[in-house]
Design a protein around this ligand. Sequence first.
Ligand code: SAM
Length: 371
Amino acid sequence: MSDRVIPLVDQRLRGLVARVPEQAIAANGLLGDTLGRPLRDLRISVTDRCNFRCNYCMPKSIFDKDYQYLPHSELLSFEEITRIARQFVAHGVQKIRLTGGEPLLRKHLEILIEQLSSLRTAEGKPLDITLTTNGSLLRKKAAALKAAGLNRVTVSLDGLDDTVFRAMNDVDFPVADVLGGIAAAREAGLGSIKVNMVVKRGTNEDQILPMARHFKGTGVTLRFIEYMDVGATNGWRMDEVLPSAEVVQRIHAELPLVQLDPSAPGETAERWGYADGSGEIGVISSVTQAFCRDCNRARLSTEGKLYLCLFASQGHDLRALVRGQASDEQLASAVAHIWQKRDDRYSELRASLPPDASSGGRRVEMSYIGG
Ligand code: SAM
């Protein structure tokens, strides 16, 4: 018998009902959850498909030709996404990150960006609109994305050595093309480019220093992400996590670093500057130093479920409201009602949970909920 793990595709289809409360909840930008955390950051997954098969995220053994992606009719349209996003913005969201899957695989994404960039915060300011991408299509699309109103971009790149990187993306994609995408983003004027590197002990830890040397002094902020236990298909093991403290030590030994203050509340990365003033790096320690306390992020899945935590097993079905008869006021109240009840702090609790007490195998995949 095969021991193939079937990821709970159908976990995606089971959703919690998003209830419209009897009393409307005013959208005044002051919403707080049970721990007093405001709603500031919305991550929107625009597709569950990706052209890479990074084994820590979408391993080939699971995401193969038989994998059932969401059918197109299930996906939120750009108009539906914008309508939902407008309610989040009214409740205080200031930043929107488009993600996936690989967001640049969604056709005409620039139309969505144009629509989102017309939204204004409660104070009348434009949103900070950004995108996380594997960079493979960036060379082709950077100029159009910028023209549509994209402010910034984060590119994922797990190493500079072509053999290491091709093995990690598992589709033989070359480093040079991602670097070309980063250059195109810079030429297009997409400001403050970030590069995310997931560090897996024993797989690409030897890429930490080459990556730091390469991006130092270029204006690109390199961020090292601890390999996380998201989803249920990547076979995560704690011994493959290289703690961020060790990443900082290794870089500091060759390129001295000084710790910097966070630039915004709820920021996921701890900032370190090069002592010679030639830029900074970030470390995202979601495993060894959880930062749930400040988490101000909500996630909207490809088919319109609202997830309150990357490690959640179920989302609240906003699409049912959008495709039903709900007014904007009812939709905004439903969002507020869900956020006000939020008490998730999975990463902080992880250490104290017995191994079988977490949602473990029932967690949704990062490629579906968005990174
Ligand atoms: N396809 C886009 C990309 O590659 O950036 C966006 C989606 S991807 C899920 C977003 C980010 O999540 C990437 O930087 C990826 O490396 C990171 N990621 C995926 N699985 C992860 C894991 N298990 N631990 C840490 N980071 C992970």
